[in-house]
Design a protein around this ligand. Structure first.
Ligand SMILES: [Zn+2]
Length: 284
């Protein structure tokens, strides 16, 4: 009997504890939603994956006698206070062109093998694109940056060394990184306009957005991602792009960061089909 009543008492306590837990969870959910709703910016980012590996190319990092690494100055800054990057957090990036036409973006270059081929293709199709450049690659291949600009394409800052976690660093470190990258681009092309910033892997944070805007760059997202950096077949890349594209899409492709043979091979069909269905516009 006593065992039975004790068990019943335990059940009672468990039951009460469950109700209290449920109330606490409910309160947290309501509070969390309220807090999110009060964020000053709207959630439109849909992050699809971790993006590229941290190292943009397999080549040895170049020595950087002319440009001090932004991380050097960061070593003297206090430990990061910024929160972990939100996954698809309350962050606004540009993901549409603003018209029916779609836009092409190429990340992680310039690359000595693939960027010239992409440029040749774009020229032959009469299409302009946006190139999201990595500072260390710009340092190695400045002539390619000059060609990109000469042929009328738009530039986008893609950090100094493709640091996936840059957005979690203190603002001073983010700023130093983006400024070093812009300096390197302008060393290659004096006075070059750098209209956009794209965070590696799309791992945006509020701090990264803020700093890029302060430096006069629009945070550039995308809404079409064929994951070409994972090296699927050209046909898979083409199919994914065409299936995901809609009026105003911004398409993410890669001309750097590794072997881009599949991307290059998919590009003529992608460009042809997008041009026919929507038209292709240069982001401004
Ligand atoms: Zn990238």
């Amino acid at each position: 009997m006593s065992l039975c009543s004790r068990t019943s008492g335990v059940r009672d306590v468990t039951h009460r504890a469950a109700i209290v837990s449920a109330l606490v969870v409910l309160a947290l959910l309501v509070g969390g939603r309220w807090a999110l709703g009060r964020e000053p910016v709207e959630t439109i980012l849909v992050e699809t994956g971790p993006g590229m590996p941290a190292t943009p190319s397999t080549s040895a990092p170049p020595d950087k006698p002319r440009t001090p690494s932004p991380s050097a100055s960061a070593r003297t800054t206090p430990p990061p206070k910024a929160p972990k990057p939100p996954k698809g957090g309350p962050i606004v990036t540009r993901e549409l062109t603003g018209s029916r036409k779609v836009a092409l973006t190429f990340d992680d270059g310039p690359h000595p093998t693939w960027t010239p081929k992409v440029l040749d293709l774009l020229r032959s199709k009469g299409v302009k694109a946006t190139f999201c450049l990595v500072g260390t690659e710009v340092h190695q291949y400045p002539a390619l940056v000059a060609r990109i600009v000469r042929e009328g394409h738009t530039l986008c800052n893609h950090t100094w060394h493709h640091e996936l976690d840059l957005g979690t660093k203190p603002e001073a470190e983010i700023r130093a990184n983006l400024e070093a990258t812009n300096r390197e681009i302008r060393r290659a092309v004096p006075g070059a306009k750098i209209k956009f910033f794209r965070h590696p892997g799309g791992m945006w944070t509020a701090a990264a957005i803020k700093v890029s805007r302060e430096l006069g760059m629009t945070p550039l997202g995308w809404d079409v991602d064929p994951l070409d950096w994972k090296k699927p077949s050209p046909e898979a890349i083409r199919t994914r792009v065409i299936n995901q594209a809609r009026p105003g899409s911004i398409v993410l492709l890669h001309d750097g960061g590794g072997d881009r043979a599949a991307t290059l091979s998919a590009c003529p069909a992608i460009v042809g089909e997008l041009k026919r269905k929507y038209g292709i516009v240069l982001l401004r």
